[in-house]
Design a binder for this molecule. Structure first.
Ligand code: FE2
Length: 283
Protein backbone atom coordinates (compact mmCIF):
# COMPACT_ATOMS: atom_id res chain seq x y z
CA UNK A 1 0.00 0.00 0.00
CA UNK A 2 1.41 3.45 -0.88
CA UNK A 3 2.13 6.06 1.72
CA UNK A 4 -0.84 8.32 2.35
CA UNK A 5 -0.32 11.68 0.67
CA UNK A 6 -3.10 13.34 2.61
CA UNK A 7 -2.19 15.33 5.69
CA UNK A 8 -3.56 14.43 9.10
CA UNK A 9 -5.67 17.60 8.91
CA UNK A 10 -7.17 16.60 5.55
CA UNK A 11 -8.00 13.15 6.85
CA UNK A 12 -9.62 14.75 9.90
CA UNK A 13 -11.73 16.99 7.64
CA UNK A 14 -12.88 13.97 5.64
CA UNK A 15 -13.86 12.10 8.78
CA UNK A 16 -15.66 15.10 10.23
CA UNK A 17 -17.43 16.44 7.15
CA UNK A 18 -17.63 13.32 4.97
CA UNK A 19 -15.90 15.00 2.05
CA UNK A 20 -12.64 16.64 1.08
CA UNK A 21 -11.86 19.09 -1.73
CA UNK A 22 -8.45 18.74 -3.39
CA UNK A 23 -7.90 21.64 -5.84
CA UNK A 24 -5.39 21.14 -8.65
CA UNK A 25 -5.29 17.36 -8.32
CA UNK A 26 -5.23 16.92 -12.11
CA UNK A 27 -3.02 19.01 -14.38
CA UNK A 28 -3.93 20.79 -17.59
CA UNK A 29 -2.53 18.07 -19.85
CA UNK A 30 -4.53 15.29 -18.21
CA UNK A 31 -7.68 17.43 -18.23
CA UNK A 32 -7.30 18.25 -21.90
CA UNK A 33 -6.74 14.59 -22.81
CA UNK A 34 -9.82 13.56 -20.80
CA UNK A 35 -12.09 16.24 -22.26
CA UNK A 36 -10.95 15.53 -25.81
CA UNK A 37 -11.42 11.81 -25.34
CA UNK A 38 -14.90 12.33 -23.88
CA UNK A 39 -15.95 14.30 -26.94
CA UNK A 40 -14.35 11.74 -29.25
CA UNK A 41 -16.37 8.93 -27.66
CA UNK A 42 -19.54 10.92 -28.28
CA UNK A 43 -18.45 11.65 -31.84
CA UNK A 44 -18.03 7.91 -32.48
CA UNK A 45 -21.36 7.07 -30.87
CA UNK A 46 -24.25 6.17 -33.17
CA UNK A 47 -27.49 7.36 -31.48
CA UNK A 48 -29.45 4.94 -33.60
CA UNK A 49 -27.97 1.97 -31.82
CA UNK A 50 -30.62 1.79 -29.16
CA UNK A 51 -29.09 4.07 -26.57
CA UNK A 52 -31.07 4.53 -23.42
CA UNK A 53 -32.45 7.80 -22.21
CA UNK A 54 -31.18 8.21 -18.67
CA UNK A 55 -33.69 9.98 -16.47
CA UNK A 56 -32.47 11.22 -13.14
CA UNK A 57 -36.03 11.86 -12.05
CA UNK A 58 -37.50 8.52 -12.95
CA UNK A 59 -35.12 5.67 -12.29
CA UNK A 60 -37.44 3.20 -13.97
CA UNK A 61 -36.15 4.52 -17.31
CA UNK A 62 -32.75 3.03 -16.59
CA UNK A 63 -34.18 -0.35 -15.67
CA UNK A 64 -33.11 -1.96 -18.89
CA UNK A 65 -30.53 -4.40 -20.00
CA UNK A 66 -28.35 -1.70 -21.51
CA UNK A 67 -27.52 -0.29 -18.07
CA UNK A 68 -26.66 -3.71 -16.70
CA UNK A 69 -24.55 -4.38 -19.78
CA UNK A 70 -22.66 -1.11 -19.26
CA UNK A 71 -21.12 -2.54 -16.09
CA UNK A 72 -18.40 -4.02 -18.25
CA UNK A 73 -18.63 -1.73 -21.29
CA UNK A 74 -18.62 1.92 -22.36
CA UNK A 75 -22.13 3.12 -23.23
CA UNK A 76 -23.60 6.57 -23.84
CA UNK A 77 -26.86 7.63 -22.16
CA UNK A 78 -29.05 10.54 -23.24
CA UNK A 79 -30.22 13.56 -21.30
CA UNK A 80 -33.91 13.26 -20.51
CA UNK A 81 -34.72 16.48 -22.35
CA UNK A 82 -32.58 15.60 -25.38
CA UNK A 83 -35.31 13.55 -27.10
CA UNK A 84 -38.76 14.61 -28.28
CA UNK A 85 -41.92 12.54 -27.84
CA UNK A 86 -41.01 10.46 -30.87
CA UNK A 87 -37.56 9.73 -29.51
CA UNK A 88 -35.82 12.04 -31.97
CA UNK A 89 -32.90 14.23 -30.94
CA UNK A 90 -33.97 17.80 -30.16
CA UNK A 91 -30.38 19.02 -29.89
CA UNK A 92 -27.13 18.15 -31.69
CA UNK A 93 -25.73 14.78 -30.65
CA UNK A 94 -22.73 16.35 -28.97
CA UNK A 95 -25.09 18.14 -26.54
CA UNK A 96 -27.48 15.24 -26.02
CA UNK A 97 -25.42 12.94 -23.80
CA UNK A 98 -26.12 12.77 -20.07
CA UNK A 99 -23.37 10.36 -19.20
CA UNK A 100 -20.99 7.68 -20.41
CA UNK A 101 -20.31 4.60 -18.30
CA UNK A 102 -19.37 2.44 -16.59
CA UNK A 103 -16.08 0.71 -17.39
CA UNK A 104 -14.13 3.57 -18.95
CA UNK A 105 -11.38 3.09 -16.37
CA UNK A 106 -10.73 -0.45 -17.63
CA UNK A 107 -11.81 -0.25 -21.27
CA UNK A 108 -10.54 3.12 -22.52
CA UNK A 109 -6.80 3.84 -22.67
CA UNK A 110 -7.11 7.56 -21.84
CA UNK A 111 -9.37 6.99 -18.85
CA UNK A 112 -7.37 3.98 -17.75
CA UNK A 113 -4.40 6.32 -17.33
CA UNK A 114 -6.56 9.02 -15.74
CA UNK A 115 -7.99 6.56 -13.19
CA UNK A 116 -4.83 4.90 -11.96
CA UNK A 117 -1.50 5.83 -10.49
CA UNK A 118 0.31 6.43 -7.22
CA UNK A 119 -1.41 9.75 -6.47
CA UNK A 120 -4.88 8.24 -6.50
CA UNK A 121 -3.68 5.13 -4.68
CA UNK A 122 -2.24 7.36 -1.98
CA UNK A 123 -5.50 9.29 -1.54
CA UNK A 124 -7.44 6.03 -1.29
CA UNK A 125 -5.00 4.73 1.30
CA UNK A 126 -5.24 7.98 3.25
CA UNK A 127 -9.02 7.66 3.36
CA UNK A 128 -8.71 4.15 4.77
CA UNK A 129 -9.35 1.97 1.73
CA UNK A 130 -7.04 -0.97 2.40
CA UNK A 131 -7.73 -2.83 -0.85
CA UNK A 132 -9.51 -0.41 -3.20
CA UNK A 133 -11.73 -1.93 -5.82
CA UNK A 134 -12.80 0.52 -8.53
CA UNK A 135 -16.15 -0.70 -9.76
CA UNK A 136 -17.36 2.17 -11.86
CA UNK A 137 -16.36 5.17 -13.92
CA UNK A 138 -18.72 7.78 -15.32
CA UNK A 139 -18.42 10.85 -17.49
CA UNK A 140 -21.20 13.17 -16.38
CA UNK A 141 -21.87 15.93 -18.89
CA UNK A 142 -24.46 18.30 -17.37
CA UNK A 143 -25.00 19.86 -20.78
CA UNK A 144 -25.63 23.61 -21.31
CA UNK A 145 -29.31 24.56 -20.92
CA UNK A 146 -30.65 20.97 -20.71
CA UNK A 147 -28.40 19.28 -18.14
CA UNK A 148 -30.83 17.84 -15.60
CA UNK A 149 -30.81 18.10 -11.84
CA UNK A 150 -29.68 15.15 -9.75
CA UNK A 151 -31.70 14.94 -6.55
CA UNK A 152 -30.44 14.14 -3.07
CA UNK A 153 -28.93 10.68 -2.84
CA UNK A 154 -26.12 8.67 -1.29
CA UNK A 155 -23.76 6.81 -3.60
CA UNK A 156 -23.75 3.83 -1.22
CA UNK A 157 -27.26 3.25 -2.56
CA UNK A 158 -25.60 1.82 -5.66
CA UNK A 159 -22.61 0.11 -4.01
CA UNK A 160 -23.58 -1.55 -0.75
CA UNK A 161 -20.80 -3.25 1.18
CA UNK A 162 -20.75 -4.59 4.74
CA UNK A 163 -19.58 -2.42 6.39
CA UNK A 164 -20.14 0.64 4.17
CA UNK A 165 -16.91 1.49 2.36
CA UNK A 166 -17.80 2.96 -1.02
CA UNK A 167 -15.96 6.19 -1.64
CA UNK A 168 -16.59 8.60 -4.51
CA UNK A 169 -13.80 10.28 -6.47
CA UNK A 170 -15.36 13.23 -8.32
CA UNK A 171 -13.12 15.08 -10.77
CA UNK A 172 -14.07 18.44 -12.25
CA UNK A 173 -12.95 18.23 -15.88
CA UNK A 174 -14.40 21.71 -16.33
CA UNK A 175 -15.14 24.46 -13.85
CA UNK A 176 -18.24 23.68 -11.77
CA UNK A 177 -20.18 26.73 -10.62
CA UNK A 178 -23.48 27.60 -8.98
CA UNK A 179 -24.83 28.38 -12.45
CA UNK A 180 -23.83 25.22 -14.28
CA UNK A 181 -24.74 22.68 -11.61
CA UNK A 182 -21.93 22.16 -9.11
CA UNK A 183 -22.18 19.60 -6.33
CA UNK A 184 -24.12 20.34 -3.14
CA UNK A 185 -23.38 18.34 0.00
CA UNK A 186 -24.59 18.00 3.59
CA UNK A 187 -21.49 18.35 5.79
CA UNK A 188 -21.52 15.56 8.37
CA UNK A 189 -24.36 13.80 6.58
CA UNK A 190 -22.26 10.67 6.19
CA UNK A 191 -23.26 9.83 9.76
CA UNK A 192 -26.88 9.39 8.67
CA UNK A 193 -28.23 6.00 7.63
CA UNK A 194 -28.52 4.66 4.11
CA UNK A 195 -32.01 5.62 2.86
CA UNK A 196 -32.34 3.21 -0.06
CA UNK A 197 -30.56 0.52 -2.05
CA UNK A 198 -30.64 0.16 -5.82
CA UNK A 199 -30.80 -3.56 -6.44
CA UNK A 200 -30.84 -5.99 -9.31
CA UNK A 201 -33.43 -8.67 -8.64
CA UNK A 202 -33.43 -11.42 -11.27
CA UNK A 203 -32.50 -9.00 -14.01
CA UNK A 204 -34.93 -6.27 -12.87
CA UNK A 205 -33.63 -3.04 -11.38
CA UNK A 206 -35.46 -1.29 -8.59
CA UNK A 207 -35.00 1.00 -5.62
CA UNK A 208 -35.48 -0.65 -2.23
CA UNK A 209 -36.41 1.77 0.61
CA UNK A 210 -34.35 1.18 3.75
CA UNK A 211 -34.72 4.14 6.07
CA UNK A 212 -37.08 7.13 6.26
CA UNK A 213 -34.54 9.69 7.48
CA UNK A 214 -35.44 12.86 5.52
CA UNK A 215 -33.05 14.42 3.04
CA UNK A 216 -31.45 17.68 4.19
CA UNK A 217 -33.12 20.99 3.46
CA UNK A 218 -31.24 23.83 1.84
CA UNK A 219 -30.21 25.32 5.18
CA UNK A 220 -28.02 22.27 5.85
CA UNK A 221 -26.51 22.04 2.36
CA UNK A 222 -23.42 23.76 1.03
CA UNK A 223 -22.43 24.17 -2.63
CA UNK A 224 -19.00 23.11 -3.84
CA UNK A 225 -18.05 25.38 -6.74
CA UNK A 226 -14.62 24.17 -7.90
CA UNK A 227 -12.12 24.86 -10.64
CA UNK A 228 -11.20 22.36 -13.36
CA UNK A 229 -8.74 19.78 -12.06
CA UNK A 230 -10.24 19.65 -8.57
CA UNK A 231 -10.84 16.24 -7.02
CA UNK A 232 -13.69 15.99 -4.52
CA UNK A 233 -13.64 12.77 -2.52
CA UNK A 234 -16.66 11.88 -0.44
CA UNK A 235 -18.02 9.15 1.79
CA UNK A 236 -20.60 6.84 0.27
CA UNK A 237 -23.20 7.82 2.86
CA UNK A 238 -22.81 11.58 2.28
CA UNK A 239 -26.05 13.06 0.92
CA UNK A 240 -25.32 15.15 -2.17
CA UNK A 241 -27.12 16.57 -5.19
CA UNK A 242 -26.65 18.99 -8.06
CA UNK A 243 -28.92 21.50 -9.75
CA UNK A 244 -29.91 21.61 -13.40
CA UNK A 245 -27.59 23.46 -15.73
CA UNK A 246 -29.51 26.36 -17.23
CA UNK A 247 -26.33 28.20 -18.18
CA UNK A 248 -24.56 28.24 -21.55
CA UNK A 249 -21.50 26.42 -20.15
CA UNK A 250 -21.14 22.66 -19.84
CA UNK A 251 -20.09 21.07 -16.56
CA UNK A 252 -18.18 17.93 -17.45
CA UNK A 253 -17.20 15.73 -14.50
CA UNK A 254 -15.67 12.27 -14.19
CA UNK A 255 -16.31 9.98 -11.25
CA UNK A 256 -14.89 6.77 -9.87
CA UNK A 257 -16.49 4.64 -7.18
CA UNK A 258 -14.26 2.40 -5.10
CA UNK A 259 -15.07 0.00 -2.29
CA UNK A 260 -12.73 -1.79 0.08
CA UNK A 261 -12.05 -5.39 -0.86
CA UNK A 262 -11.98 -6.25 2.84
CA UNK A 263 -15.75 -5.56 3.00
CA UNK A 264 -18.42 -7.84 1.55
CA UNK A 265 -19.82 -6.51 -1.76
CA UNK A 266 -23.56 -7.07 -1.92
CA UNK A 267 -24.64 -9.57 -4.57
CA UNK A 268 -27.76 -7.39 -4.98
CA UNK A 269 -25.79 -4.39 -6.25
CA UNK A 270 -26.73 -3.57 -9.84
CA UNK A 271 -23.10 -3.52 -10.95
CA UNK A 272 -21.43 -6.93 -10.93
CA UNK A 273 -18.31 -8.09 -12.72
CA UNK A 274 -17.92 -11.45 -14.44
CA UNK A 275 -15.02 -13.73 -13.58
CA UNK A 276 -13.24 -12.73 -16.77
CA UNK A 277 -13.29 -9.03 -15.94
CA UNK A 278 -12.15 -8.73 -12.32
CA UNK A 279 -12.35 -5.46 -10.43
CA UNK A 280 -9.00 -3.87 -9.62
CA UNK A 281 -7.53 -1.03 -7.62
CA UNK A 282 -5.80 2.27 -8.41
CA UNK A 283 -2.35 0.77 -9.09
FE1 FE2 B 1 -23.82 10.67 -6.57
Amino acid sequence: MPEASLSAEQIAVFRSDGYLVLPGFKGADELLAAVQRAHAIVEDFDPGQGASRFSTRDRSLVADARLIDSAEQVHCFFEEEALDDQGRLRVPKAQSINKIGHALHDRDAVFQRFSHGPELAAVAAGLGLQHPQVWQSQLIFKQPHIGGEVGWHQDATFFVTTPHTVTTFWFALEEATLDNGCLWVQPGGHRTPLREQYICDEGRLRMQPLNTTPWPDTTRAVPLPVSAGTLVVFHGLLPHCSAANRSARSRLAYTLHATDGTAAYSPLNWLQRGAGFPVRGFD
